[in-house]
Every structure is written in C-alpha cells, then in structure tokens.
Design a binder for this molecule. Sequence first.
Ligand code: NAP
Length: 292
Amino acid sequence: MQLLDGKLLSAQIKLEIAAQVAQIRETGGKIPHLVAILVGTKGASETYVASKMKSCEEVGMASTLIRFEPDVSEDELLAKVREVNNNPDMDGLIVQLPLPDHINPDRIMETIDPAKGVDGFHPINIGRMAKGLPAYVSATPQGVLEMIKRYDIKTAGKHCVVVGRSQIVGLPMSILMQRNTYPGNCTVTLTHSRTQHLADICRSADILIAALGRPEFITADMVKDGAVVIDVGLERVPDASKKSGFALKGDVKFDEVAPKASFITPVPGGVGLMTICSLMQNTLKAARGEVY
Ligand code: NAP
C-alpha cells in the first residue's frame, strides 16, 4: 500500500506556485489576488477559509477575506459579488459554502464572473469542463486528478466508482474520469443514496472515489484487493480525547481498508490540501488570463 500524501504533494505544488509568483513579481507583473467571501462564522467554514487565505500568503499571492454576518441579505451579497467582478485587481472569487438558508447558493454562484470563478462551480465552467473546453475545473476533483497524475496512477480502461453525485465533487469527478485523456478513460459508475447493491459496485472498482460525507462508511468488505481508494470525505465527529472536542474523519474506514488498497489517501492530509492547491493554481491562471 502506498499513501497518496496530500501534505507532501501540496508542499511541492505550493513551492512551484511560489516560484511562478516570484517570477511575476520580478518582472513587474500583476500579483494574483484571491478573494473569499465568508458568511457567518460557522466552525468548519471559518477553518477552511482561513487555510485558503494562509496558503495564498505562503505562496506570495494577495488575498482578501470579506466577512458578512449570517443575516446578510441575498441582495447585499450579490452586490458584493458584482463589486469583486468589476474590480480588475481581484482575479479569483470564492464564496464559501454552505450559505444560510435564506440565500440561494445557485444565484450567488451564477453571479460570479465565470472568468473569476476559480472554484469551478459556475455553470459555464461546469459546462465547459464537460465539453473539454478550457475551464476552471471544480477545485476538489481537480486536486484528485493532480494526485493521480503525480503518483502516475494508470486510469485507462479501469472501472472508477464515484460514491456521491454532488455538483461540486461527485458529478464533476465522474465526468473528468471518463474523459478521453489522462487522467481519464475510465469506465465510470456514479452512485448515490438510491443506488442498489452499492457494496457490490464498490467491490468492482479499480479506482474508488468516496465523496458522500458519511464518516467511515466505506469498509474493507466494499473494497477490492489492490484498488486505488480516494477519500474526499471530511467530517467533524465528536471526540472527547481531542482538545477541539472533535476529530476529522473521512468516508473510508482507513485502518481496515488501507491494507487492501494499492494507493489510499489519508484524512486529514489527503484530498483537502489538494483542493486548496487547485484554488491557487486557478487563481494564477486567472491572473494570467490563461482560461478566458
Ligand atoms: P453532498 O452535497 O452532501 O453530497 C453527498 C452525496 O453523497 C449525495 O449525492 C448523496 O446522494 C450521496 N450519499 C449520501 N449518503 C449516501 C449513501 N449512504 N450511499 C450512497 N451515496 C450517498 O456532499 P459533498 O459536498 O459532495 O461532500 C461530500 C464529502 O466531501 C463531505 O464529507 C465534505 O465535507 C467533503 N468535501 C471535502 C472537500 C475537500 O476539499 N476535502 C471538498 C468538498 C467536500 P443523493 O444525491 O442521493 O442525496
């Protein structure tokens, strides 16, 4: 079994990005600038946004965090999105999800200029990604692809099972894995909560990508010997032994699945760190006008 080490990879990728940002600075170019909007101060979202902002700093990019109270109106939020859209100094914009119930996330996502939508959630980016046109690819699936590439995992002809069909992870992941390119060329099965015989389907996977948000749902009996197991899940579960009062768990029961897998991601230290790298890679592309 080999660990797909998100910590190691993300450190390498950050060095690569930092070198490119340094070169931009030396040649007097525009420093890439990522803006994040955070509504409220919900524990996990706060932590995710903080690590995105910190990562930008580490690579020498500019970052701005815009905060709103949880009772902010949708119109106020939309106005801020339009303001960022029109600010030529700001290259990438993410609005941290989830949003409070009174705000329609689709309206917010659709209002972000697709050329600044570095998280890849804008429908135009999703559509362009599906057609194989230049696009910002959804950040987490892009991070998974980067991992597969950097560990030189063979994908052509393999059966890839994706568990979870969310717009931001499972669905784009399944589209990307079937594309006629590398990584890709898999035969893909996309599964969800209504899927019958899920364990059998998972057992037939050469590459199993779990993105369902159910801690330790994937057990050893659901995994084929030698499978590549990628765990996107990231959930806080109560743990009195931790100072924070919670532990981070993935969708895969790591201890029992790891001995069967050829490659496996740990949680934490796996896909989550790659997601942040994707955001920075996309912000760099946005600043250089490489996609639009
Ligand atoms: P989501 O929007 O809640 O979608 C979950 C998907 O899993 C749905 O399609 C759901 O099916 C399916 N599902 C739920 N229970 C299932 C079951 N028992 N069997 C089969 N399928 C089931 O979640 P998400 O936003 O994609 O996130 C999934 C996980 O990834 C979460 O733990 C999240 O925290 C994590 N995540 C991590 C990162 C990262 O950077 N590491 C980024 C994004 C998300 P239905 O469609 O039928 O309801």
